[in-house]
Design a protein around this ligand. Structure first.
Ligand code: HEM
Ligand code: HEM
Length: 135
């Protein structure tokens, strides 16, 4: 069960990574790929990967949250109650809630986007502390 708990933690982190790529692929697109000529094969491939990641963003988020619950249950039962883990999990819940609020909003405001991005930055920091310290 210990290995399963660790694996679930890693899978959770991978799906969070998939959700975070939403930002990264758009950033790279804005800075470089958009400037390539229309005929560029790379641009065409890149654009379809980007569309996939942006369209399925919420499912990466929900998937990560579901795996997170499994990780937490297994770790609490078979390892220990990690304080840094609980902080990370709390921030993940906040991120998902802010994401859902923005998704459902009739009009998306920059404040909504920044609130969601801000909680992601705090989430990444908490995750790094969680994995390094294991407290
Ligand atoms: C978003 C939330 C979380 C993520 C992404 C996450 C992810 C991870 C990852 C990647 C590891 C390292 C696995 C390894 O390197 O072997 C880990 C370890 C661990 N996590 Fe979490 N975790 C989260 C929340 C929690 C919570 C809420 C708890 C418990 C209350 C918890 C308990 C633990 C424990 C005890 C370990 C150490 C396991 C060991 O050394 O055997 N985690 N977590
Ligand atoms: C907990 C996992 C999540 C992470 C790490 C995450 C991360 C991010 C990041 C970094 C951005 C900024 C992208 C940009 O700058 O354009 C973003 C945007 C956004 N997120 Fe999330 N998110 C998560 C979950 C969710 C969920 C569950 C939903 C909705 C149900 C959601 C809805 C949105 C929306 C609507 C945007 C605005 C930009 C767009 O339409 O792509 N997010 N998210």
């Amino acid at each position: 069960m210990v290995e399963i708990g660790e694996l679930l933690g890693i899978l959770t982190a991978v799906l969070f990574g998939g959700a975070i790529l939403n930002f990264c692929v758009k950033f790279v697109n804005r800075k470089w790929v958009m400037k390539l000529p229309k005929e560029s094969k790379f641009k065409q491939g890149y654009t379809s990967v980007m569309k996939f990641l942006v369209k399925n963003h919420r499912f990466f988020g929900f998937g990560a949250a579901a795996l997170m619950v499994a990780h937490v249950v297994v770790q609490i039962l078979f390892r220990w109650v990690s304080i840094t883990g609980l902080v990370t999990a709390g921030l993940a819940v906040v991120t998902v809630v802010l994401g859902v609020v923005m998704f459902k909003a009739k009009k998306r405001t920059p404040a909504m986007l920044w609130a969601h991005r801000g909680s992601v930055i705090a989430l990444i920091a908490a995750f790094v502390v969680h994995v390094i310290t294991r407290i």
